[in-house]
Design a protein around this ligand. Structure first.
Ligand SMILES: *[C@@H]1O[C@H](CO)[C@@H](O)[C@H](O)[C@H]1NC(C)=O
Ligand SMILES: *[C@@H]1O[C@H](CO)[C@@H](O)[C@H](O)[C@H]1NC(C)=O
Length: 198
């Protein structure tokens, strides 16, 4: 009997997770609009995240079309070649996060610390412990980082604006806390009515 109850609860939880919208957020490491959007993310969004959506951040963004050549995903980023390295650090940092809440906190921290444009400081501030920091540095300076960057490039659609958000595949510009965008969806009203945006 107890076993059946546990199975039932588990299936119910899995069912709910699958019903949530699948959200992808396209970002760039040196993009002022991405930084502004990420810094605007409230703690309320982070606290409600698991009820709102399945969220994934994809650091890659737009290519700098002026210098476009095939296979230049390491150097061809909208704001500079340096931005590609920052995207790689983001990708490496995201790779080791346990869940979407810690992923969101990591990316928000990265952009809160972005004023000095010093990726090493962002690594120091935004990763939990020495082991994680070493892992991310090794990843971003080696083949794993390159693979992640390439994979993100392939998964990034032709964007007209960065940051953009895809909600179940529908892309739109993202100019505010994405929690507020998700709460404007009709399915989210029951969850969002009690959120105090601070
Ligand atoms: C949001 O959470 C962070 C810790 O994650 C905390 O430092 C900050 O003070 C909180 N902000 C507000 C407005 O409560
Ligand atoms: C992407 O958009 C640009 C214009 O912004 C266009 O020239 C190009 O053909 C598009 N590429 C694809 C693969 O749709």
């Amino acid at each position: 009997m107890i076993n059946f109850t546990i199975i039932f609860i588990t299936l119910t939880l899995i069912g709910n997770a699958q019903d949530l919208p699948n959200v992808k957020i396209y970002i760039e490491s040196l993009c002022p609009d991405t930084a502004a959007m990420m810094r605007s993310i409230s703690n309320s969004t982070i606290d409600s995240l698991d009820l709102l959506a399945n969220v994934e951040f994809i650091p890659s963004g737009k290519m700098n079309t002026n210098t476009y050549e095939a296979n230049t995903y390491m150097t061809n980023c909208q704001h500079s070649e340096e931005e590609c390295y920052g995207n790689m650090i983001l990708a490496c940092g995201l790779q080791i996060q346990q869940d979407q809440v810690s992923s969101t906190k990591f990316v928000r921290c990265f952009f809160k610390e972005a004023y000095e444009q010093n990726f090493q400081k962002q690594i120091e501030k935004c990763l939990q412990n020495t082991q994680q920091k070493l892992q991310v540095k090794a990843c971003a300076n080696g083949p794993q980082g390159i693979e992640l960057l390439y994979a993100n490039r392939l998964r990034t659609p032709n964007l007209s604006y960065v940051p953009s958000i895809a909600i179940n595949g529908q892309i739109q510009k993202l100019k505010e806390d994405f929690g507020k965008v998700l709460c404007s969806l009709s399915d989210a009203q029951a969850i969002c009515k009690d959120i105090k945006w601070v």
